[in-house]
Design a protein around this ligand. Sequence first.
Ligand SMILES: *Cc1c(COP(=O)(O)O)cnc(C)c1O
Length: 398
Amino acid sequence: MINKPIYFDHAATTPVDKRVFEKMAPYYTEIFGNPNSQHVFGRNAVCAVDEARDTIAKIIGAKPSEIYFTSGGTEADNWALRGVCGAFKDKGNHVIISPIEHAAMITTAKELAKDGFKVDFMKVDEEGFVDLEHLKSIVTEKTIFVGCMLANNEVGTIEPIKEIAEIAHSVNAVCFTDAVQAAGVLDINVKELGVDLMSMSSHKIYGPKGVGALYIRNGLRLKSIITGGHQERTKRGGTTNVPAIVGFSEAFKIANAELEKNAVYVSNLRDHFIKRILEEVPFVKLNGPKDGAKRLPANADFSFKFIEGESILFSLDLAGISVSSGSACSSGSLEPSHVLLSLGVPEGLAHGSIRFSFGKHNTMEQVDYAVNVIKQSVERLREMSPLFKLNQGEIKNV
Ligand SMILES: *Cc1c(COP(=O)(O)O)cnc(C)c1O
């Protein structure tokens, strides 16, 4: 029997690893100096931040001078897009992003469209993969920004970023990737990917919230969005969040050292979960890639036909299982997920979707318990669903 709540929402955030927490503590109470200060307290803080920058740069194959700390993935995404739009107006006003980007990108692009930028969306197939031929057909000499996430936070699709970067560069556009879900989970090298900008965040990889980074290829022009003091080599104002940066780099270091081990561990949980759900729950659709190797190792996303994602979420929550419904991401809005709609999932099915994202502290016992609870919840909710009654004659699965 399971008596503690089970957390299957690691794509939303993760607990801070205890080793990370311990590493951060002295930077709140003892090594608390402002790195901008001209004394020993300041210098000690500078050392810590330099070391963190070196660590992160090394992991992603960048130079330390190419890493800029931010307040998280959202700011890094904003900076990339707004920064390019601000710096490359002379070249053009055309922006291309994938339709399955995080809200930090989609909302920002919509804002820029109001300011006169022309925003186009890449096409994705039913598993979420970008259609490269379509992308080739929409880039022009006026394209300044081509942005696509490395891995999708909802359905786990791992995108062909290297190919996307080549297409972007064929028209001298800047290529950006949002690696918030991928950094620390997949082996990443920015030079091999060929991207000019890449965003990362700490709290999705067992680090503290409110800190992230933007990789900016040396030599790339980028307008600042947070102006202030001379922090981050004058590109991003604001007193440096030293403990958070130390925590982020420690979390990244641990994630990278344990990358293979964690990937094997969580994908094993995921594969067992997916197999059981598909076999034991009728009228269910797995969203995203069928091929586990092309999907984030921790991700499983299902649509349960005839019922609402919210009802499943509440029913699982009552049983102590914490998951996410596609629509919960957009802050309680009842709109179905833009990601699932872009994949061509019918609106009815998109409404009944749930994302499960596993973590290194989850166990197979928890997974099996969850499957049993899901079977019961789904059956009970369907018994109450008028839609299900109407369709009971239907024998075909979705
Ligand atoms: C969580 C997430 C973000 C936002 O990062 P924060 O650090 O929470 O601001 C951006 N992109 C993706 C893909 C994410 O999963």
